[in-house]
Design a binder for this molecule. Structure first.
Ligand code: NAD
Length: 263
């Protein structure tokens, strides 16, 4: 299938590693030019160079913290200065701290709100006028399985990603007449650096091995294994593509069957 992504300009946030990077790789493999951001410049530039070399597409890396609206504006300005437009926006950020309600101070809530919700609002605000003017756009938010089935001890993720989902569903209706789709993609347990370090932290806390901590997650997953970033990125690329032109307002999991609900 030709996804129709060749020559499109895609901005992927928080993409120096993990899920964001995997999505960037898949879009590059389809011929899209990229703008990537992450906080640490060295790792970001190394990722950009590797993708450029592997796929022969231009990749611009701008060091930025997506929780800071001024940084977000700077990234989008740099994208427009280099490529003239942004066709595809993939929002993403680092995960918020774990914890139950009692463990989370007002400051932690506020920081997580900036990281998970404000980042999506500001990235969207910055790219939407151009997408509307050209009558074509794709916005894809990386959220989590926690929006369909809350995960114990992840109060911040469960709450704030639900807010992103509400915003996206509302925006999808508002911008559909402009040829812009807005969707969410929900990773389940996927083998990224973050998940490996979560397993190591759980192991250290409980005096078990990291393999045992991972095995406990795998036992909850019908596929009995973690997902691979590439498996996640395949759906992401499709949802960003020309071929997904009639899919909007949805939240689609890539979770090996972890979510047990019917819809
Ligand atoms: P990761 O730690 O492997 O990668 C995160 C990327 O985001 C890195 O490139 C990092 O530099 C960048 N980043 C972090 N904070 C940033 C910020 N404030 N501004 C700009 N860039 C920033 O994580 P991942 O596993 O790829 O997860 C990505 C998102 O998906 C997270 O929000 C995570 O909570 C969520 N998620 C992941 C899983 C999973 O199993 N991997 C499951 C559900 C949800």
């Amino acid at each position: 299938m030709d996804l129709g992504l060749n020559g499109k300009i895609a901005l992927v946030a928080a993409a120096s590693k993990g899920l964001g990077r995997a999505v960037a790789e898949e879009l590059a493999a389809e011929g899209a030019s990229l703008v990537l951001c992450a906080r640490g410049n060295d790792e970001l530039q190394a990722t950009c160079a590797a993708i450029e070399k592997a796929h022969g597409v231009p990749v611009l890396g701008i060091a930025a913290n997506v929780a800071e609206p001024a940084d977000v504006a700077r990234v989008v300005q740099a994208a427009l200065a280099r490529f003239g437009r942004v066709d595809v926006l993939v929002t993403n950020a680092g995960g918020p701290p774990a914890g139950t309600f009692d463990a989370l101070s007002p400051e932690i809530w506020q920081a997580a709100t900036h990281l998970l919700l404000t980042s999506v609002v500001e990235l969207t605000r910055a790219v939407l006028p151009g997408m509307k003017a050209q009558g074509w756009g794709r916005i894809l938010n990386i959220t989590s399985i926690s929006v369909k089935q809350p995960v114990a001890n992840l109060m911040l993720s469960n709450s704030l990603r639900a807010a992103v989902t509400g915003m996206a569903r509302t925006l999808a209706t508002e911008v559909a007449p402009f040829g812009i789709t807005v969707n969410n993609i929900l990773p389940g347990y996927t083998r990224t650096e973050r998940v490996v370090s979560l397993a190591e932290a759980a192991a250290a806390r409980e005096g078990i091995s990291a393999a045992d901590a991972t095995a406990r997650w795998e036992a909850e997953i019908p596929m009995r294994r973690l997902g691979e970033p590439r498996e996640f990125a395949a759906l992401a690329a499709f949802l960003c593509s020309e071929r997904a032109s009639y899919i909007t307002g949805t939240s689609v999991p890539v979770d090996g069957g972890w979510i047990r609900s019917l819809l």
